[in-house]
Design a binder for this molecule. Structure first.
Ligand code: ADP
Length: 396
């Protein structure tokens, strides 16, 4: 077996997603997830050659998951085909402008960004440590969610608060989903035959977390997420933009603490908060179709805020050649795309209803009419492939 595949690890606080990808052709050889890490019921499951398998980890945490992963890869004869490990890391602050190979210094740099992502970066480091222990012979890279947005100009990332909070503690907008935006902007140019060095692309990445980005000539010039993923769009359970005085209001009216309000805005708001039904867009769409008023309102607010923020992104790019939808909602919800593209008709978009219906469930392509001045399209994002390609390039 040739040794060119990349093992991708995306480690969260109680889960660890993994995949083995061939960076040349994008083939996913195996993929899976270890969940409930550290709990009694922890387990690891994966998909290989069309079959789904799983084993229990007997209460094991990240280290046990990576040990089981190594054992399973050896058993299937996949281990010797792996050339390197690529880790997804959430926050690279201003230190990391691009992906890099792991060194002591890089580990320290990730630690130095913990105050910017106190939940995510420590979990990412746990995954790196476990991988270094069980795959000691393999080179490893880190790919950051934030690094693609490091090209944003100061006017886009600066909050209008006392400057010392930025200069002393790094309080600014960073943005997320950078790996997805990098992939999608390249793919849009491939699909439309555009030169990336001469392109104005706005992208809506709509998953459980959702954001938009403005990509000018291949570089991010603005995005809607900020210091944390809470800013910007309405999401499954996140509020997106609210008046910051919501904190003092909820404290005075209900006596909630800072942590409780942070939890409400991150985990109990968004589609779930307004609909009082679900954070799952499919469930909210089905309820709205049956006449559920709050579900209808939740979708209306979601789409209105999304269209308004996308129009804002068009200010950053100075016009739009292409608008791309991606992520679970962007790739599948014809309803949300239709509402948003229609709301943006003043920017030159004309929706093709048939193409909008055709491009769902794994199909990607243009959803605007042939005569549309600007092109709207659906792109299937592939962050894993981007991480595999970055890692392969770094070890080459
Ligand atoms: P994550 O951010 O966790 O990677 P995904 O990109 O998988 O999430 O997106 C999950 C979201 O996609 C959920 O809100 C889900 O309801 C939505 N989704 C998936 N399929 C559809 C569909 N057919 N119609 C509307 N929404 C969908």
């Amino acid at each position: 077996m040739s040794k060119e595949n990349i093992l991708i690890i995306n480690c969260g606080s109680s889960s660890l997603k993994f995949a083995v990808i061939n960076p040349s052709n994008g083939d996913e050889i195996i993929s899976g997830i270890a969940e409930r890490l550290g709990e009694k019921e922890s387990f690891i499951r994966w998909k290989f050659e069309g079959n789904k398998e799983s084993i229990t980890l007997d209460g094991g945490a990240h280290d046990a998951a990576v040990a089981a992963l190594l054992h399973m890869l050896e058993e299937k004869g996949l281990k010797e085909g792996i050339a390197a490990v690529g880790h997804r890391v959430v926050h690279g602050g201003e230190t990391f402008q691009e992906s890099c190979l792991i060194t002591e210094e890089v580990i320290q740099g990730i630690k130095d960004c913990i105050h910017l992502a106190p939940l995510h970066n420590p979990a990412n480091l746990t995954g790196i440590e476990a991988a270094q222990k069980h795959f000691p012979e393999l080179p490893m890279s880190v790919v950051f969610d934030t690094s693609f947005h490091q090209t944003m100009p100061a006017e886009a990332y600066t909050y209008a608060v006392p400057y010392k909070f930025y200069s002393e503690k790094g309080l600014r907008r960073y943005g997320m989903h950078g790996t997805s935006y990098r992939f999608v902007s390249q793919r849009v140019c491939e699909m439309l035959g555009m030169e990336i060095s001469n392109s104005k692309i706005v992208i809506a990445h709509l998953g459980n977390g959702a954001s938009c980005a403005a990509v000018l000539n291949g570089e991010s010039v603005d995005t809607t997420m900020g210091l944390t993923p809470l800013e910007g769009l309405v999401m499954g359970t996140r509020s997106g933009n609210v008046d910051p005085n919501v904190f003092s209001f909820l404290n005075k009216e209900y006596g909630y603490s800072l942590d409780e309000i942070t939890d409400i805005l991150n985990k109990k708001s968004g589609l779930l908060g307004i609909s009082e039904l679900s954070n799952d867009c499919r469930v909210v769409e089905e309820a709205a179709a049956e006449g559920h008023k709050q579900a209808t309102l939740a979708l209306d607010v979601f789409c209105y805020v999304l269209a308004k923020q996308l129009a804002g992104m068009a200010v950053a790019t100075g016009g739009v050649d292409a608008l791309a939808f991606t992520g679970g909602i962007g790739e599948n919800s014809d309803l949300i795309r239709a509402k948003v593209v229609k709301a943006l008709s003043f920017l030159g978009f004309d929706l093709d209803e048939e193409k909008n219906l055709a491009n769902r469930f794994g199909n990607e392509g243009v959803i605007s009419t042939d005569g549309s001045r600007a092109t709207a399209l659906v792109v299937s994002t592939n962050e894993e492939l981007m991480i595999a390609q970055d890692t392969a390039a770094l070890i080459a």
